[in-house]
Structure formats: C-alpha cells, structure tokens
Design a protein around this ligand. Structure first.
Ligand code: SF4
Ligand code: SF4
Length: 425
C-alpha cells in the first residue's frame, strides 16, 4: 500500500457505481486529488542512488517501458519501474527479497530512455547487503564454495582437469605442456565439473583437435572467473579470483583466449581490464565461426531435427553476438533452425545470470515458474525438438526445466555437442 495515502484526500468515491454492467462501487472508483511528488519519500531512492553504480536508479520517470520486457515480470511482478515505486513508497531495497530476483539480463536497459542500469545498480546494492550479512542462504553457500574451492560447485581445485582423462583426444595442460600455444582455452567451472558441462568440454576438445588448433588449458591453475559472484554482490571474491586468473594468463604465451561461456567472456572483456588485464577474448562460437570453411566439410552427418536457439543474455545483449551461434547451427546438415518469438535482442533469460544460478529455491517463492521453465515452454510451443544453447549454465537449467514441465521429449544440447555429433555421427 502507498505510504503516501494517509496524506491525500480520497475526493471522488461513489458508493454505488455501475458502468456498462460492471460494478465499480466504493473503493473501485476511488480517485485522489492530484498531488506533488514530494509527498513520497525520496530517502530510500537516495539510499540506492548514493551508492557508486546506483546513481541511475534515481533517473527513472516511471514510463514502464521496462516492465513488458523483464523476464522476471513475465513469471511474477517485477522490473525497474516497480522497484523504484517500491522504494518510493517505503521499501528498503537493501533489505528486500526483491533485491535477489534480477538476473542482470539487461533487457530493461535496452529499452529504457533514461538508461536506468540494473546491471550496475544490482551489484552496488547487493554488495552492501552482503556486507550487512543479508544474503539468501543458497547464494551464501555458492560464495563460500567459490572462496574455498575456486568454483561454485564445491569441487576440488586439483580435480579441475580430471575431465580430460575421459577425452579420447589430447587436451594439453599448460604447466605440463611447457610451450607457447596459439589458443589458450579457458574451460570454466561448469564445463570442468558438471557432468553435462563435461560433455560439452569433451566435444570442444574433439572439435579443436579435428581443426588442428594448437591449444592448451590451465587445468588446476584455472579458477572460476567470478563475474557472476560480482553481479550477485561479492566484489571482493571477484577481485581475488580475477587477480589469480590474470596472473595465470600472464604466466604463459598464447595468441587468442577462447572461453566456453558468455559470463567468462564478460569477465575477461569488460571487468578484468579494470584490474590490469590487457588482452581480449572470444566466445567459442565466435572462434569456431572463423574456422567455418574448414569445419563445414567435417560436418558430414545429418541431424534431422527442428532446433531452436536460446540467446544467452551475456553473449547477445551484453556483447552483441547473435550471428555466430546461428551460423554454426545452420552449417549442420539436416538441421532446421526455427526462431522463438523472444530471440536475439529481446531474447528471454534462462534465470541463471546475476547469481540466479544459485538462487532457484529462493526465487521459487517469488515467481509462478522458473525462468528456465518459461523458456522451455516457449521452445516447445515453437515446435522445437532440440533446444540449442552455448552457455554452460543453461544445459542443466533447461534439462531440469524440461523434466519439471513434463517436456522430457525436448533435448537440450550445447552447440558444441551438436557440431561434434554431426562430425562423428
Ligand atoms: S523504462 Fe526506465 S524510466 Fe521507464 S519505468 Fe523503466 S526504468 Fe523507469
Ligand atoms: S536486468 Fe533483466 S531481470 Fe533485471 S530488472 Fe532488468 S529486465 Fe528485469
């Protein structure tokens, strides 16, 4: 309820009012006197806007353009306009559970004329909440596991390259390799440890070998990139991980840094440079598309299926890459690519960004369904038999969502797996 209501007069209210057969008697037709903005409290807006990074929160002029594009609003009640209004009417965002629902997907930023930037605002407020100890338990666990083990899955650092033992092709580990490489492949936490992520990593290793790429991985010297922890409010942990990874990148000689995941791409291209890292990075789709002429003749086996592609927020909106994944998919013979309604710039979010990956139980109490479930329903509605992804967060999220929505027939595959299948049959 509006905090300002007690300060205004309800000047129009008919006890009985029926219009076109619709009964709008009593409070349903209540109208208020026009009132000026200082009847609302600015303090809680200032509390956000005064934080470094939080400034743009105060620029919102309540146009509501952000609401229809917010993926959380589609399964709940959310969006920058609503958060601003809540702060204006008495909600302290620092202490509110709403603070943890934004996935930093940037779709609101895309349409906001005032450039209200949740990608900056959310980490700024969350950082303060983390310092105050107001963190959902499951997110705190991911922070602690990352600090202790170097990855949010809580797996041993020394086992980071254990997946390579399953590989039927060589995967050189830089420390043992002892020579410069053309491509340093940053594998990432989920492809190193999660069973479905490992499937994609094994496929990538086979593709790199088939293309004759001179590559190496850091293995046990690699730690989580930390960017998602930063967006979830743990900037100290992010800096610790970044310093470690930058030191490892600088330890070896290489020409191109290739990453499996869009969140790592964001870390290395946008955030690590603030800490002194002066090289760039490519997402694997961007790298492989440069080798498409060489790759195409190797894609010998048809994959006869209707496939739709989910644009990862941090590859698409955050880094403007929409074409490379599609070009790779179109190169696979037999495959029919169909687009979902929410794609490319307006792509729907899987719910894993900004810490959402580690907040599924928490968000369940605030939404009618998970974002990943909403997306799976969309893929099915468009007739997809396969949902193709290229972010390591997504395979497990969408596979779970396919099961929980009763759509087990929908296969979820990384583009790496599809390319590998087409190469090997
Ligand atoms: S689009 Fe921007 S200005 Fe408009 S309501 Fe949303 S945050 Fe506010
Ligand atoms: S960044 Fe995405 S999830 Fe967050 S408020 Fe904006 S549209 Fe919603």
């Amino acid at each position: 309820m509006d905090a300002g209501l007690d300060k205004v007069d309800a000047i129009f209210e008919k006890e009985t009012a029926i219009i076109d057969g619709v009964d709008i008697s009593g409070p349903w037709n209540r109208m208020f006197k026009e009132r000026v903005i200082w009847e609302y409290t600015p303090e809680l807006i200032d509390k956000v806007a005064d934080l470094p990074g939080g400034e743009s929160f105060a620029w919102c002029y309540q146009c509501a353009k952000c609401i229809p594009v917010c993926p959380v609003d589609m399964v709940g009640n959310y969006g920058p306009r609503k958060l601003y209004r809540m702060a204006q009417t008495g909600t302290d965002l620092h202490k509110s559970e709403e603070l943890w629902l934004c996935t930093t997907c940037a779709n609101c930023l895309r349409v906001c004329k005032k450039v209200v930037d949740m990608v900056q605002i959310m980490p700024a407020v969350r950082e303060q909440a983390v310092l105050d100890g107001n963190v959902p338990e499951e997110l705190q666990k991911a922070f602690e596991d990352t600090a202790k083990f170097g990855n949010p899955l809580g797996q041993g650092q020394r086992k980071r390259a254990a997946w390579t033992k399953k590989s039927d092709v060589p995967v050189p580990i830089m420390k043992k390799h002892g020579q410069p490489v053309d491509v340093l492949w940053y594998v990432g936490s989920y492809p190193s440890y999660h069973p479905r992520g490992i499937d994609a990593a094994l496929a990538a290793a086979r593709i790199f070998n088939a293309l004759g790429i001179d590559f190496g991985i850091l293995g046990p010297e690699e730690k989580d990139d930390g960017d998602t922890q930063r967006l979830a409010g743990e900037s100290g942990l992010f800096e610790m991980l970044a310093e470690h990874n930058i030191a490892m990148f600088n330890k070896y000689e290489w020409n191109t840094l290739v990453v499996t995941g869009p969140h790592e791409l964001n870390a290395f291209k946008k955030e690590y440079p603030k800490l002194g890292f002066d090289r760039s990075a490519l997402h694997y789709t961007q790298f492989l598309v440069q080798h498409l002429d060489q790759l195409k003749p190797m894609l010998k086996h048809e994959i006869k299926a209707t496939v739709t592609f989910h644009d990862p927020c941090y590859l698409g909106r955050h880094h403007g890459e929409y074409d490379a994944p599609r070009e790779l998919l179109r190169a696979i013979p037999g495959l029919e690519l169909v687009e979902m309604g929410r794609c490319r710039e307006n792509g729907y979010c899987c719910g894993g960004g900004g810490g959402g990956m580690w907040l599924d139980s928490f968000t369940q109490n605030h939404t009618t369904m998970r974002l990943s479930e909403r997306r799976v329903l969309e893929a099915v509605a468009y007739g997809a038999e396969i949902l193709a992804v290229c972010c390591p967060f997504e395979v497990s999220r969408f596979e779970d969502a396919a099961k929980s929505t009763g759509n087990d027939q929908l296969k979820v595959l990384d583009i790496l797996e599809l390319l590998d299948q087409s190469m090997r049959g």
